[in-house]
Write a protein that binds this ligand. Structure first.
Ligand code: SF4
Length: 169
């Protein structure tokens, strides 16, 4: 049963973000699920071989699903095209979710990889736009429910429903 949760490593307090920071968001629920063995911690960009720290990267005027279809690019703030690295990151996130039996993912919003509600517009001006990163898009396309750190109540509901299905009274 796919009752586990794939969680962005930076949300769990690991310093794996492009600038070497983390975005710890360890709610009591998340800690409880971790103790129960229901959390799979993963950083798609690190898994794809990107280093920390690394230049900021943004999807250029498109969204993660466009990148995965080869219709858009991801570039670093240096101008370098890193699209293949990020496509690999997305596939590795999907692989981690499938092998880890994850039916849902809690991913850091705003990232060109993990963003699920918003991303940045590719101009490195701090301008947000609605959209998903590459991993969030691919996970959703494969039936995995994706939540951002702003959606913890909805995630708790999803996890509780899954618990009830696994352990009917
Ligand atoms: S790829 Fe995802 S898990 Fe890794 S640092 Fe970026 S937002 Fe965090």
């Amino acid at each position: 049963m796919k009752n586990k949760l794939l969680v962005s490593a930076c949300l769990m307090g690991f310093n794996v973000r492009y600038n070497g920071s983390q975005k710890a968001n360890l709610t009591a629920r998340l800690e409880r699920w971790q103790r129960a063995g229901r959390v799979v911690i993963h950083c798609p960009e690190l898994a794809a071989g990107l280093e920390t720290p690394r230049p900021a990267a943004e999807i250029v005027a498109a969204d993660g699903s466009d990148v995965m279809r080869g219709r858009a690019r991801i570039v670093e703030s240096t101008g370098q095209d890193v699209t293949p690295h990020y496509q690999l990151a997305a596939w590795l996130a999907l692989n981690a979710a499938i092998t880890g039996q994850c039916g849902a993912a809690l991913l850091t919003d705003g990232s060109p990889t993990c963003g699920s509600q918003f991303i940045y517009d590719g101009r490195f001006s701090g301008t947000r736009r609605p959209g998903t990163g590459v991993a969030a898009a691919l996970l959703r396309e494969h039936g995995i429910a994706v939540f951002s750190e702003q959606q913890i109540p909805a995630l708790i509901k999803w996890m509780e429903q899954r618990e009830e299905q696994d352990d009917p009274v």
